[in-house]
Design a protein around this ligand. Structure first.
Ligand SMILES: [Zn+2]
Ligand SMILES: [Zn+2]
Length: 273
């Protein structure tokens, strides 16, 4: 029997009724412990931006409101940790934005949060100036009359956002690189140029990436697509497997299948905190 990664650094919960996980932090941690994981990283979404639409309880416009809930969600983990043997790591899955305004706010936030790691993420398409943004899950919120050209422009900003996140230096690893393909966005070959730029940039920055198994049940493959995983392994960019668990049942999903592929790709560099 070959060794299967026995931790996840990418899990969500429903702390405070704010975040999008289905279960409580305690439920998720207990389930990971029962599975025999040596560690669970708790990485609720950090989604703050002064121009953020408030279309979900975890999308924050207000800095102090966001910081307050983030702090309390971490305090709650300290409490749970005293009752469990599994190693609990405190992190966030951060929606990155390149503007000075966002960076200043984010850096101010970081000074107040005692965390172990950060995942770099992009869930929004947007205008270049960050005045308007739409979560890829909520594309029905795009204004009426949005054209195919508008979409191409918003999507190119999505890919540029990932590139800027990689080189920002804020993150320990990058989440689901081609996540938008789940919604049939950027699937045609003319978008490959951006995907190659991302591969190059991860390689150059020696930035680890995750193979996110949430795609397997949805579109039959993880994020990013296998060809990108293969190319990144060839370049020895460090990799980890993430279940992106929003439910206890998601913990460890797809790990066996991905381990097999990673062996096939002769992947030698594995990321661990
Ligand atoms: Zn995500
Ligand atoms: Zn996630």
């Amino acid at each position: 029997m070959n060794k299967i990664q026995n931790f996840t650094y990418h899990s969500h919960n429903n702390f405070g009724g704010v975040f999008d996980g289905r279960y409580s932090p305690e439920d998720m941690i207990s389930a990971a412990e029962k599975l025999g994981f040596e560690a669970i990283g708790v990485s609720n979404h950090l989604i703050w931006h002064p121009n953020m639409p408030r279309s979900h309880s975890m999308f924050f416009k207000d800095f102090n409101q966001a910081l307050d809930i983030y702090k309390r969600s971490l305090d709650c983990l300290d409490e749970i940790a005293s009752k469990h043997n599994i190693k609990i790591l405190k992190g966030f899955e951060v929606d990155f934005f390149p503007s000075k305004e966002w960076r200043n706010g984010f850096e101010k936030m970081l000074k107040e949060l005692k965390i172990d790691y950060l995942i770099g993420s992009t869930h929004f398409i947007r205008t270049e100036d960050e005045s308007q943004m739409w979560n890829i899950y909520h594309l029905d919120e795009l204004p009426q009359g949005t054209t195919a050209e508008d979409m191409d422009y918003y999507l190119s900003n999505y890919w540029k956002n990932i590139l800027a996140a990689i080189s920002s230096g804020y993150f320990d690893f990058m989440a689901h690189l081609d996540y938008c393909t789940q919604f049939n966005l950027s699937t045609s070959p003319e978008w490959d140029e951006y995907k190659w730029q991302i591969i190059e940039s991860l390689d150059k920055n020696k930035m680890p990436f995750e193979v996110n198994t949430s795609g397997i049940s949805r579109i039959g493959r993880p994020f990013p697509d296998w060809w990108m995983v293969k190319e990144l392994c060839r370049r020895q960019v460090p990799v980890l497997i993430s279940d992106d668990a929003h439910y206890t049942e998601h913990l460890g999903r797809g790990f066996v299948e991905v381990e097999e592929k990673l062996r096939e790709f002769n992947c030698l560099k594995r990321f661990k905190l």
